[in-house]
Design a protein around this ligand. Structure first.
Ligand code: SF4
Ligand code: SF4
Length: 330
């Protein structure tokens, strides 16, 4: 099922990082990630945080340079980092109930570029060490990839289609999360946006899963029942009273247990075939030390999310149906 003939996708096991890339890895990311730890704890700042917060600042520069060498990528990511101004919180609060406010939030987000939305109670375990988020709610926005563009990954100097779609979705996440934060502020409540691709105070995948937007896939990314693995996330924290959306199981976890498409497609073999204990949770895990050199050299890669069968619009409905029958989930 992997695509060994793809011009920019080396066969698994045939690719080796450049020595200068290996030299920049410096220390393993797996202990920092909490691999093997049986107790829950907050995540440590990691790749894509500010370079003074982790050991891979120079590797981050390599990753950014390889991405920006692809045609169109600089403009796409500039839009993602074009942060609108945050407005002051209005003095008068919208008096509606939490149910009504949740509906208003959802309507606003879905009419301002978000493709899906979920609401979760804030959990300290969503917040990176060294950061404080006092708001009791986190809203997660999902921004769907264009599959035909995403399937072009990885990008390089000859073809930037895939990485440009990554930049475009992050840019939508920036606009959407800032617009929603400003709308909430205009209703008299505090709100802060957390767009990608740089990391901020919040993990986004765990609250997205808690809010019912998807399940964790073997490739370490979220699988959405609506968009598969071709989806980016942005967050908004707030003190506006809201109602959480329910977690949703649709069989992705069970499917991953026997599927090996991403493990075979990943050139450096970074996707662990069995679940691992990570900060007190047994879950799918990607070996940072194997993934990140290829990710850095190959313009942020993305092969695993593009290859995941849930990402294919023509396959996803059938998978949903099959897994609903197999697991009895809806
Ligand atoms: S992003 Fe990382 S885990 Fe996914 S295919 Fe690329 S190298 Fe492998
Ligand atoms: S490719 Fe297969 S194993 Fe990998 S995340 Fe998708 S469904 Fe799971």
């Amino acid at each position: 099922m992997s695509q060994p003939t793809h011009p920019r996708r080396p066969r698994r096991g045939t690719w080796k990082p450049k020595p200068e890339t290996t030299a920049l890895l410096r220390v393993s990311g797996n202990p920092i990630n909490g691999l093997g730890e049986t107790a829950a704890r907050r995540p440590s700042p990691f790749f894509w945080h500010s370079p003074d917060q982790h050991p891979w600042g120079d590797l981050q520069i390599v990753a950014r340079q390889s991405s920006r060498s692809c045609p169109g990528s600089t403009e796409a990511f500039q839009a993602a980092y074009n942060y609108p101004e945050l407005q002051p919180v209005a003095p008068v609060r919208n008096p509606r109930t939490a149910e009504e406010l949740s509906q208003q939030v959802s309507r606003f987000a879905l009419s301002h570029e978000a493709d899906d939305i979920g609401i979760a109670r804030m959990d300290p375990l969503y917040v990176f060490e060294g950061y404080t988020v006092e708001h009791p709610w986190v809203i997660i926005l999902a921004l769907a990839h264009d599959y035909e563009r995403l399937r072009e990954v990885p990008s390089d100097e000859t073809n930037g289609v895939g990485v440009c779609d990554v930049g475009d979705q992050y840019a939508r996440g920036t606009r959407s999360s800032y617009a929603l934060a400003n709308w909430i502020r205009s209703q008299g409540y505090h709100a802060d946006p957390y767009p990608g691709p740089s990391a901020g105070a919040l993990l986004l995948i765990p609250p997205a899963i808690a809010a019912g937007l998807g399940e964790l896939g073997k490739h370490g990314s979220m699988i959405s029942p609506r968009f598969g693995s071709g989806v980016r996330l942005a967050g908004v924290s707030t003190d506006m009273p809201l109602v959480p959306t329910e977690p949703r199981r649709f069989g992705a976890d069970e499917f991953c247990a026997t599927c090996q498409i991403c493990t075979h497609a990943c050139p450096p073999g970074a996707i662990t075939p069995q679940k691992q204990m990570v900060r007190g949770v047994e879950r799918w895990y990607v070996d940072f030390d194997k993934c990140i050199p290829f990710f850095a050299e190959a313009a942020s890669c993305g092969i695993c999310i593009a290859e995941c069968p849930w990402t294919r619009p023509s396959v996803r409905p059938k998978l949903l149906q099959t897994m609903a029958q197999r697991t009895g989930q809806k």
